[in-house]
Structure formats: structure tokens, C-alpha cells
Design a protein. Sequence first.
Length: 191
Amino acid sequence: MKYVISIDPGLSGAISIFEDGILDDVIDMPVITETLSEAVYKFKHTNPNKVYKSGKKKGERPLVKKKNAKYKRHLDINSIKRLFEDYYSDAVIVIEMQQLRMMSKAAITTLVNYGRLRGVAETTSSEVVLVPANKWKKKLNLNKNKKETDTEYKKRSIKLAKKLFDGWDFKTHDQAESALIGYYYFNYLHR
């Protein structure tokens, strides 16, 4: 086996690429931001003669934002598919299985993105391995403690990844966890 791609799915997730068991690259999850609606502005003053007298906006009427723009982020499936097919067509793809306990709007979005990512992986010639989050985190002693805040947990996952992958500077816990999923695969699943 030459390549293993381990994935922490989700919009803020990451993809780690291992070559011959050695971490070679970590990239943030490719996403696309779609504009659903533009911001709406109105004139600040009812006096139509009121204008900026100096600066970059000289001669323009002052505006106030009435409504923020709305955006939607989703996985860039085409970029992910190209990554799988063009560069690592015979890789093993290891994906963390999403396990959600409640059906909020965010949870549904996560499941949809997970399904799309898994679907793309399944269409390649690569072997796909699904790893439940609770299993790999338990083996690496990375389950969140009840007294631990999210920030403390994220720092702990980054610290563990830096310890196991000497010389790597993980910027986010998602990057760290994608690498740790690969570590779990090599040390506990692929012997």
C-alpha cells in the first residue's frame, strides 16, 4: 500500500495524506461559499444632499447596512473527487463516521456533507474504511472529559498530534484529528 488518506469530515474538517505510513500532507477541507442573498444598504440620512466631504468616499452618500448578506458553505466535491482520483487513485481512504445524537439544522448539514464525501470516496477505485469517532478517540485516549471545555479538548487533540507527528504544526484540531485518524488506522486497523 502506498497512500492512505484519512479524513475528519465536515466543513471545517481536514484531509491528511500518508505515503508509506508517513504523514506527507495535511489540507483543510475544500469548501465552496455560495452567496444566497446580497447585503442590503439604505441611505443613512434622509437629506439627499448629505455626502462625504473628504476621504475615499468623497462625494458619496453615507450608507447603513440594513440586512446582512447570507451565505451557505458546502463541500467542494469536485476538488475532493479530483484529489481522490487524480493523485491517489489506489489509496485507502479512511473516513471518520459521523454519529449525531440530535437532529438540529447543523446536524442535518453535517450528515448531508458526510454522505456526499462518503459517496465520492465510494465511487473511486480506492478501498474505503469507515472509523467510528468513539472507537479511535477511545483507543488514543481522546474522548472528551465531562469537565473539559471544547477549547481544552481541541488543545489536547492538537498536543497529541504534535507529539505523535514530530515537526508538524497543526493549526486546527480538525487538522490534528485527520492525522490522528490516520495514526489509528496504521496502529490499530492495518497491521
